[in-house]
Design a protein around this ligand. Sequence first.
Ligand code: PLP
Length: 413
Amino acid sequence: MPVDAPTPTLDPVRVRTDFPILAQRVHDRPLVNLDNANTTQKPEAVIVATDHYYRADNANIHRSTHLLSERATRAYESARARVQRLINARESREIVFTRGCTEAINLVAHSWGRANLRPGDEVLLTWMEHHSNIVPWQLVAEQTGARLRVVPITDAGEVDLDAYDAALTGPVKIAAIVHVSNALGTVNPVRDMIGRAHARGVPVLVDGAQAVPHLPVDVQQLDCDFYAFSAHKMYGPTGSGALYGKAALLEAMPPYQGGGDMIASVSFEKTTYNVPPYRFEAGTPNIAGVVGFGAAVDYLRSFPVEAIVRHEHDLLEYATARLEATPGVRIIGRARERAGVVSFVMENVHPHDIGTILDREGVAIRTGQHCTQPVMDRFGIPATARASFAIYNTRDDVDALVAGLETVRAMFG
Ligand SMILES: Cc1ncc(COP(=O)(O)O)c(C=O)c1O
């Protein structure tokens, strides 16, 4: 963009019309969907692409010589090229399709981890990781004798970078860090953190589940070694996602699962393996999900990323101000850089009660631990209520949330 070009904007009211599900009423109220960090709604373009695949192209990929199989393979591989462009990976073979972010992290933990971790080695995590970026490493640590080292976070919900540096002086073999926290909204300075890890020869996996829908992500600029994310949090179907891995790392990694498509040749004496990314895509994949993933990438890219950032930042600022002005509400997570998510608690009301009452008002949020139990323990709370934003949300949605909280307060005195 030229230096003084105005920041592009997006019109959420128009965007809403792309999402058929948002037209409905729930409990006789207009649906206010503020549970987008959990999963986003799907635009018509994604629904149509998935539907078209089943109506017109359905066949297994990479195997048959007939026309439908050719079309299905082309659609699947063109989705890979689109995902590559979205995150600016150097080569399409650096994109492995998975069931989602969780499977992408498991793939690295089990394949890279089992090949590279030894007793006494450390896997470096932060205190704000999602369970999906904790448990796979615990599993592989049990198998290899490695252990976890966890970097603390501050009261504001930011990673303690001095503690991170100190931890990197230990026997750390890999760091696995979240880009945007799903519980706190914190945007971590991942480029800087990757630079610090690389200075010590430590590769870095970034959990980008909450970043790709909201921020520009350029894996070459970040210089991350692995980047994991899910389609369903960025307007795509459930059950598909991607792992980016630097080609040289993927080349050196053993298979994650065995089965069809991941082999070069099989005999009872010896099996040889296919090249990446196919080495890591055993069995018939979620072809329809990947086709929809490709359509979701096109849809997301139809908006200038600066417009998405600006719109969602405005919503976050507005929601923060309105929640701060609501008696009894306390926001959890006050990092300087936040995206997509605002978590809060309310005096004398359990978050589950907040969620139930808001639902009756037509407002969908998430309540609970958000698969980040250590974050809840860190802040000494059992759970939070969380509103999370997408491109189709408006300030009116935030007003509906706050009006619902007034009802909660009236009921709980
Ligand atoms: C930060 C983060 N990492 C990982 C995941 C796991 O994503 P999925 O369940 O799509 O595999 C989530 C899902 O909420 C998340 O928010």
